[in-house]
Design a protein around this ligand. Structure first.
Ligand code: GLP
Length: 241
């Protein structure tokens, strides 16, 4: 695991964009795994800037997002589909048909989850996965649990996650209680992973990810077993390493 610490989240995000740009260079068909949350916003801004400047081409990119709230469709401003359109897809030359976010509104979540994994598999897996990290060590919406879940699945969100995400909603009661998330299999099969974390609020999770046991109580700790992970941190997020 490579750990890079930067003065600002902007510097870390530029470094993240650089890693993505190098991986995409000359790749042709490229499968990009994407995350939501406030953390990747400056990264997405930098990707959009490079795309506008003609340095980075998304015409052959197929994107797969990690997760979605159950019950919110893409027209809901707090849905992750809406977030991605708003923060990235509408600002780059990716074909909208090639952007994928799990559906949280289908009638059969289990079937949707299986279909999502099959689609990624048919693409040859994820070439590069972008991750943030929850305050409790979650990645995607893989919450602390007694086991690691391999496939895409529906999760009950923890109180800690509901508390962390309520800032995006009018009231805590409006935060969905369930989500559909890519599992650890999909994440661990990604050829390359970059994880961004900013702020003191992430310091404990980053410490557990790097120095703790590989333990499903800190889902991100499984990344210790991945052969190509780069952490892009600011000083505060790295302060307990
Ligand atoms: C969200 C997402 C994660 C994200 C995390 C941290 O709810 N499901 O993919 O990494 O929580 O969010 P933030 O970047 O806003 O701190």
């Amino acid at each position: 695991m490579e750990i890079k610490v930067f003065e600002t989240m902007q510097d870390a995000s530029v470094a993240g964009a650089e890693i993505i740009a190098s991986a995409m260079k000359g790749a042709g068909h490229f499968v990009l795994g994407l995350a939501t949350g406030s953390t990747p916003v400056p990264l997405y801004r930098e990707l959009a800037r490079r795309n506008k400047g003609g340095e980075l081409d998304f015409a052959s990119v197929h994107s797969y997002n990690l997760d979605e709230y159950v019950g919110l469709d893409g027209s809901h401003p707090q849905s992750f589909r809406y977030f991605m359109d708003d923060n990235l897809f509408h600002h780059i030359n990716i074909d909208p048909a090639n952007t994928h976010v799990p559906s949280g509104t289908g009638g059969d979540h289990e079937a949707d989850a299986r279909a999502y994994d099959e689609m990624i598999e048919a693409e040859g897996g994820i070439d590069l996965q972008v991750l943030g990290i929850g305050n409790n060590g979650h990645i995607g919406f893989n919450e602390p649990d007694s086991v690691f879940h391999a496939g895409t699945h529906v999760v009950d969100l923890t109180d800690s996650t509901i508390d962390a995400n309520k800032r995006f909603f009018e009231r805590r009661e409006d935060v969905p209680r369930h989500a559909i998330t890519l599992g650890m299999g999909g994440i661990m099969r990604a050829k390359k992973v970059i994880l961004l974390a900013f702020g003191a609020v992430k310091a404990d999770a980053v410490r557990a990810l790097v120095k703790g046991e590989v333990d499903p109580q800190c889902p991100a700790s499984i990344l210790q077993l991945h052969r190509d992970v780069t952490l892009l941190l600011d000083r505060a997020a790295a302060s307990k390493l």
